[in-house]
Design a protein around this ligand. Structure first.
Ligand code: NI
Length: 268
């Protein structure tokens, strides 16, 4: 994925640099990439290379900055569907922590997530605060969603995001997958204002972050897509949480709560 982003960016730069009219630079450019696919990264003609300053050259060759968008509390027919359309359009992957009771009736959305390269995780069956639940309830809340997910998208490891990020040591010991917290929380559910959410997330984000959003609200979908557009311009590439761990060379452990691949969150 990283190479594709680099190619796209390099190709967009080239389209812009070689354009005869200035207007080509102001609009989103979707260049024909077929010429670049066979030979690896885009080749930059020598006559153009000579024109570029060092900073621009660095931008062309820099590694993408990886970040993971995560969406909780779905799937929800209208909002999740629109989000998937937008992610596909932008070549961005994401991770969905789904609530089990939201699955019936939305199976097609889950199959689409899987088919389009997104990661699916578990957000319990009924959005239960696990840190206050009985042991049996903790196990059941996770298991019911796992069974449902398996029946819809097949076997897999469905990492857990505990609702409210709340789980204690004793109950975490019951969890047989890694647990994912977040490192950037723009409070989309509270702000319900796409522009403010984009602002909050863009100010806080750095490479390797896990961003918390909710595909339950139309404003959050708007925010997510605008945020992707903005951060892709800045050289960010959007990967699943699993890919983010792989890229950083971290093997996540079961029952551990991660704020990012390199930062765990303490349990009570
Ligand atoms: Ni939630």
């Amino acid at each position: 994925m990283g190479t594709i982003v680099l190619k796209k960016r390099a190709a967009a730069w080239l389209a812009c640099l070689t354009a005869l009219t200035a207007s080509a630079c102001g609009e989103p450019v979707e260049p024909d990439l077929s010429a670049y696919n066979a030979a690896g990264p885009a080749e930059i003609p020598v006559e153009i290379l000579g024109e570029l300053d060092e900073q621009t050259l660095e931008k062309l060759v820099e590694e993408p900055k990886y970040v993971a968008l995560t969406f909780d509390d779905g799937p929800k027919a209208d909002t999740t569907g629109r989000l998937l359309d937008g992610l596909l359009e932008r070549g961005a992957a994401a991770t969905f922590f789904v609530v089990g009771q939201q699955i019936p009736g939305n199976e097609a959305l889950l199959r689409r997530m899987k088919a389009e390269g997104h990661q699916i995780g578990n957000h319990t069956y009924s959005h239960t605060r696990l840190s206050k639940a009985e042991r049996d309830t903790v196990v059941e809340e996770i298991h019911k969603t796992e069974v449902l997910l398996q029946s819809v998208v097949g076997a897999g490891s469905f990492w857990l995001r505990p609702p409210y990020g709340a789980i204690d040591t004793q109950r975490a010991a019951l969890v047989k997958t890694p647990m994912i917290y977040w490192s950037v929380d723009p409070q989309d559910w509270k702000l319900l204002d796409a522009e403010k959410v984009v602002q909050a997330a863009a100010e806080a984000v750095k490479p390797g972050d896990i961003i918390l959003l909710h595909d339950f609200y139309p404003t959050s979908v708007d925010a997510a897509l605008a945020l992707i557009d903005r951060l892709q311009e800045e050289g960010y590439a959007f990967v699943t949480v699993e890919e983010l761990f792989r890229i950083q060379g971290v093997e996540p452990q079961n029952g551990v709560l991660y704020a990012s691949p390199v930062r765990t969150r303490g349990l009570n």
